[in-house]
Design a protein around this ligand. Structure first.
Ligand code: BES
Ligand code: MN
Ligand code: ZN
Length: 496
């Protein structure tokens, strides 16, 4: 899909020979003399239309308007949330009418977050999964023009970031949606290699032998029940000087989670193909980075394997030695995410990171706690927590911080090892985070539990591409902070 930003006034939008035109009308709207303004004014007067976010009026072949179909769309306060609400009201119609060329008009000065919400909503609302379809129909919408009154640099920049985010989100959706037999650890490794190509990028994919040499006994124990060989993926993007500490993103890459010997019940087990959504979000962020090439250093780490029951599979009660040297008693083989992540966190130490963020579909308990609206955020560092929370608000890819009191880790005590891989059922998302925290002492660390937000079940079953938006916003903000001068220099007077 081709997405472009273009200067367009209400008067010139009347002449635009696009197939469909959506006009976002905020509460502050002041009509002009053009045909679109007149249509809006009449509809408002007749109470056939109002400006609450998501209110709609569709019209066809209106005199003085070149577009065949036109939607007036209430945009409320034109905030990011209202733009998102408005677009999700109209997009199902665009999709079902199979519109190919669409113009969306902001006949007012939109801010950066509104532009980002709009691009995200259009990308999301028109996405179609096709990879394993024999007769794919694909996305019907081919060209989208976003019309704004003036092409200001701020707006152009917001648009570029939004477009890059959307491309990253699509990569994340694509990989998370792919069935487990099409998204094996090996396939993820190849995808990472092709995403991390070109200047400033590099990628290394380790196999079972190299991982054994590193001493990742915990990761290996999860992989050992599967015929699919594990992969440990290391992606690097160096946009800043080598001396700048990187942000490390660690994505859980369980390409299928049966639960292992502690096997899961059959209903909805297919959804465990999404258990590599954390990994998919790391791939997505790298796609976005390749579009924007910002001045920041980012490392992506993905421990990828299947969790299967087998004669060779790890058993409840087995004790394994992690790369950190800590021994782990595996009381439940279905708590496998933390077992692959802990070794990746230890591996992250070598980068002397500014921050490490792991992203994982880690616990059903997090789904119960926060549902599908906000991702669970845990952090050992208040500044990092705040930065991620803010990034979530700006990108409307929301999260909510949960506590890490030491008392929540009590249940992880083991009689036979340094730590057990499960606590009790109560506070399950937090005890999982407490387990990870033991392996993340060497750097500022945050953990995102995306079990509830990475995909939707039911009729709208599919990956959401979250939290690419939050992560990218965080990384870009971090880059901006790093490149800002440490001390403000007094402004010098410039001679006229
Ligand atoms: N991948 C699951 C978590 C999950 C569950 C994600 C439901 C999305 C929806 C994870 O590996 C898991 O099985 N966690 C267990 C942990 C338990 C055994 C302590 C869980 O949440 O039930
Ligand atoms: Mn599991
Ligand atoms: Zn899992």
């Amino acid at each position: 899909m081709n997405f472009e930003l273009t200067p367009l006034s209400l008067a010139s939008a009347c002449q635009d020979k696009t197939e469909a035109l959506i006009v976002l009308v905020p509460e502050t709207f002041k009509p002009g003399k053009d045909a679109i303004s007149q249509l809006i004014a009449h509809a408002l007067e007749a109470k056939d239309f109002d400006l609450k976010a998501g209110q709609m009026l569709a019209a066809y072949r209106v005199a003085g308007i070149a577009a065949a179909k036109i939607w007036l769309l209430g945009a409320g306060s034109a905030s990011a949330v209202h733009i998102k609400t408005a677009m999700s009201a109209v997009l199902p119609q665009i999709k079902s009418l199979q519109v190919k060329k669409l113009t969306i008009l902001f006949p007012f000065n939109a801010d950066a977050s509104a532009i980002q919400a709009l691009v995200g909503a259009v990308g999301d609302g028109t996405y179609v999964y096709t990879t394993t379809q024999s007769k794919p129909k694909g996305r019907q919408l081919k060209n989208v023009y976003l019309g704004v009154p003036h092409l200001e640099p701020m707006i152009q920049k917001a648009f570029d970031i939004a477009k890059a985010t959307w491309m990253g989100v699509e990569v994340a959706k694509e990989w998370a949606n792919r069935p487990a037999n099409h998204a094996t650890p090996t396939a993820l490794g190849l995808a990472a290699k092709s995403l991390a190509q070109g200047r400033k990028f590099s990628c290394e994919v380790l196999g079972p032998k190299e991982v054994a040499k590193l001493g990742m006994g915990s990761f290996i124990s999860v992989a050992q029940g599967s015929r699919e060989p594990l992969r440990f993926i290391v992606m690097r993007y160096q946009g800043a000087a080598a001396s700048v500490a990187p942000v490390v993103l660690v994505g859980k890459g369980i390409t299928f989670d049966t639960g292992g010997i502690s096997i899961k019940p059959a209903p909805e087990m297919d959804e465990m193909k999404f258990d590599m959504s954390g990994a998919a979000s790391v791939l997505g962020v790298f796609k976005s980075l390749s579009q924007l090439m910002p001045a920041v250093n980012v490392v992506g780490l993905i421990p990828a394997c299947e969790n299967m029951p087998d004669g060779q599979a790890v058993k409840p009660g087995d004790v394994v030695t992690s790369m950190s040297g800590q021994t782990i008693e595996i009381l439940n083989t279905d708590a496998e995410g933390r077992l692959v992540l802990c070794d990746a966190l230890t591996y992250a130490e070598r980068f002397k990171p500014a921050a490490v963020i792991d992203i994982a579909t880690l616990t059903g308990a997090c789904v119960i706690a926060l549902g599908g609206v906000r991702t669970g955020l845990f952090a050992s560092d208040d500044q990092l927590a705040q930065a991620l929370y803010q990034a979530g608000e700006v990108s409307q890819d929301l999260c909510w911080r949960l506590p890490l009191d030491d008392a929540y880790g009590e249940g992880l005590k083991s009689h036979f090892a340094d730590v057990a891989n499960v606590g009790g059922r109560a506070g399950g998302a937090i005890s999982a985070a407490k387990f990870l925290q033991r392996f993340a002492k060497a750097f500022p660390w945050a953990h995102l539990d995306i079990a509830g937000t990475a995909w939707k079940s039911g009729a709208a079953k599919g990956a959401t591409g979250r939290p690419v938006g939050m992560l990218l916003t965080y990384v870009l903000t971090h880059a901006a902070e790093k490149s800002a001068p440490v001390k403000a220099t007094p402004a010098r007077k410039v001679k006229a």
